[in-house]
Design a protein around this ligand. Structure first.
Ligand SMILES: [Zn+2]
Length: 572
């Protein structure tokens, strides 16, 4: 038994995530967590909402809530959706937690102690009426390029030109509208990543088994152009983690908070501390996952994320950990994903284009989405959601193959033998062939799951379902029963055991259907089929079962067309 720490990239707090976000981190992380638990490993699966930064402040201003209230409410909304998709986190934390405040300030203090923090004086826009420095996007004015009168200090929304706040004509505060702005000197902290470049480079070079997508992005940031740059880790915002050196004040940094990208990855650790506190456990309970001097030296740590998050996880977060010169656990494997596109374009939050997590669950159960998304995960390249493909995949894989197998064998047994495993008969050549095929395929499936090759694992699982269907089709117990009822009984017994086996193997992908199948077989035996022959006799002669309701309904053409129109987005 191994100990496996799994983190999913943290979803940002503002708004509900779309299916592309889901398949780029949380869902494949859940797949791996479920598989590792099924194999008997000790798993700690962590995620959290990423709650700091300007977008949270702006979103709260829009709804008229205090930003802390807004984040608390949206955390609950996202946590509920995560439950809806059966994401099996051990803890779903919040980056605004007391634990993250403490740890973030701790890391900053250690980095300063070790000479990896530089204080830099900068000129920044100060709003006299608001009594605060303004982040670039809090300054509005007229675009010097196109004349749009509501351009933001970082970019013009109208012509997309990147701007500096000082470029704007007639600049004003986006908070109060005040034009009483002036440029003032202010100090910010920089993480001296350049000084840690050699450490990071050597560490990346040591990762022989990482996906090319991950290492190529990291290497690009390390070496392209001027190479890895120092990074500002403080901001002038009210909402965030106050800048402190451990538990001490930081002279000159009053009123400033850490930049969201500094504190967000530290929340992986903090969320584990939140988990321990919630369980009523002491610090040693979470430290054994994170401190190599306190038990984490045998932990395997896996991270899941979209490719846009790779630089922060291969450079900035490791720089934070390495620069602390403390024995914190570094990631062992980063599984990164390309993008999922939506029906010939991109998902768009502002245009309401594509399917978002709440909408998905309002039209179909989680398993349908989990299966399609995982079996089409954007691993080696971007992939695309189309309603035709979704319909075909659900109807064929889930309804025609797996659902049909379960329905056919349980109904047949009920009508000919009653709702218990029939006795008599022996297995023959056909059954031996099936066992041999399953043995090969299940070992391949395990290999893909261990390697986190999501699409290949899905494809192997589908082949395992197909093998059962083909067996049933060719064995044809409904014909055999007329001449050799005992032989038919043996076929039925094996097939009903196969239902349990399918539930166990499929659980990481489709946990609700797996639970339904186990309940129908009236068993809680989730033992992994390390020996297929033995696994196919777990349910003994006479064991009672129930014929389940239809496992998966088919998607009709009318529904597909209706949904395609519903989620096409409002073009502006
Ligand atoms: Zn413009």
């Amino acid at each position: 038994m191994a100990r496996i720490l799994i983190t999913s990239a943290l979803p940002y707090i503002n708004g509900i995530k779309h299916l592309g976000n889901l398949v780029g981190s949380q869902l494949p992380a859940d797949l791996t967590a479920r598989y590792m638990r099924a194999r008997g490993h000790e798993v700690m699966f962590i995620c959290a909402t990423d709650e700091h930064g300007t977008p949270a402040e702006l979103a709260a201003a829009k709804t008229g809530e205090a930003v802390a209230d807004y984040c608390a409410r949206m955390h609950d909304v996202q946590a509920e959706l995560a439950r809806g998709f059966r994401l099996s986190f051990d803890h779903y934390g919040r980056s605004s937690s007391a634990q993250n405040h403490r740890l973030t300030q701790h890391f900053a203090g250690k980095l300063a102690e070790n000479g990896f923090i530089e204080e830099v004086s900068e000129k920044q826009v100060y709003s006299i009426a608001d009594g605060r420095f303004l982040p670039d996007r809090y300054i509005e004015g007229t675009c010097p390029n196109c004349g749009y009168d509501r351009a933001r200090g970082d970019q013009c929304e109208n012509c997309t030109k990147q701007l500096d706040p000082t470029d704007l004509i007639n600049p004003r505060s986006a908070i109060s509208g005040s034009t009483e702005l002036e440029v003032r000197e202010t100090k910010h902290l920089y993480l001296k990543q350049k000084a840690l470049k050699g450490d990071i480079d050597g560490w990346i070079d040591g990762q022989k088994d990482w996906p090319i997508l991950t290492t190529s992005i990291a290497k690009k940031w390390l070496h392209d152009g001027d190479g890895l740059q120092d990074r500002g880790i403080t901001r002038d915002l009210n909402w965030g983690i106050p800048v402190k050196k451990g538990d001490q004040d930081w002279p000159g940094m009053e009123g400033k908070v850490f930049y969201v990208w500094f504190d967000a990855p530290i929340e992986y650790i903090a969320a584990t501390a939140e988990w321990a506190a919630k369980q009523g456990l002491g610090d040693e309970a979470w430290e054994r996952w994170w401190r190599t001097d306190k038990g984490a030296e045998d932990v395997r740590y896996l991270q899941f994320m979209g490719k846009d998050n790779v630089p922060f996880h291969t450079l900035s977060f490791p720089a934070t950990i390495m620069g602390s010169r403390e024995p914190w656990k570094l990631v062992d494997y980063i599984k990164s994903f390309n993008y999922l596109n939506y029906d010939g374009g991109q998902f768009s939050t502002s245009q309401g284009r594509g399917v978002f997590m709440d909408q998905a669950l309002s039209i179909l159960p989680a398993d349908y989405w989990r299966w399609w998304l995982l079996s089409h995960a954007p691993e080696s390249s971007d992939s695309e959601f189309t309603w035709e493909n979704f319909q075909a995949s659900v109807n064929k894989d889930l309804a025609d193959v797996l659902g049909n197998f379960v329905s056919r064998i349980t109904k047949f047994c009920r009508s000919k033998f009653g709702e218990a495993l029939p006795e008599g008969g022996e297995f023959g050549e056909r059954e031996a062939q099936l066992v041999a095929e399953l043995e090969t395929r299940i070992r391949a499936y395990e290999g893909f799951m261990e390697a986190m090759e999501v699409r290949k694992a899905a494809s192997e699982l589908r082949a395992i379902w197909v093998a059962g269907n083909e067996y049933l089709q060719s064995a044809a117990p409904w014909t055999v029963i007329k001449t050799e009822p005992e032989r038919a009984a043996a076929m039925v017994r094996l097939s009903l055991n196969l239902v349990r086996l399918y539930a166990v193997l499929s659980e990481p992908f489709i946990p609700d259907a797996a639970a339904t199948m186990l309940a129908a077989m009236k068993t809680e035996d989730r033992s992994w089929p390390t020996d297929v022959s033995a696994a196919l006799s777990v349910l003994p002669v006479g064991h009672a079962f129930e014929t389940p309701e239809v496992l998966f309904g088919k998607i009709a053409d009318e529904s597909r067309e209706e949904w395609a129109a519903q989620f096409a987005g409002v073009r502006t």
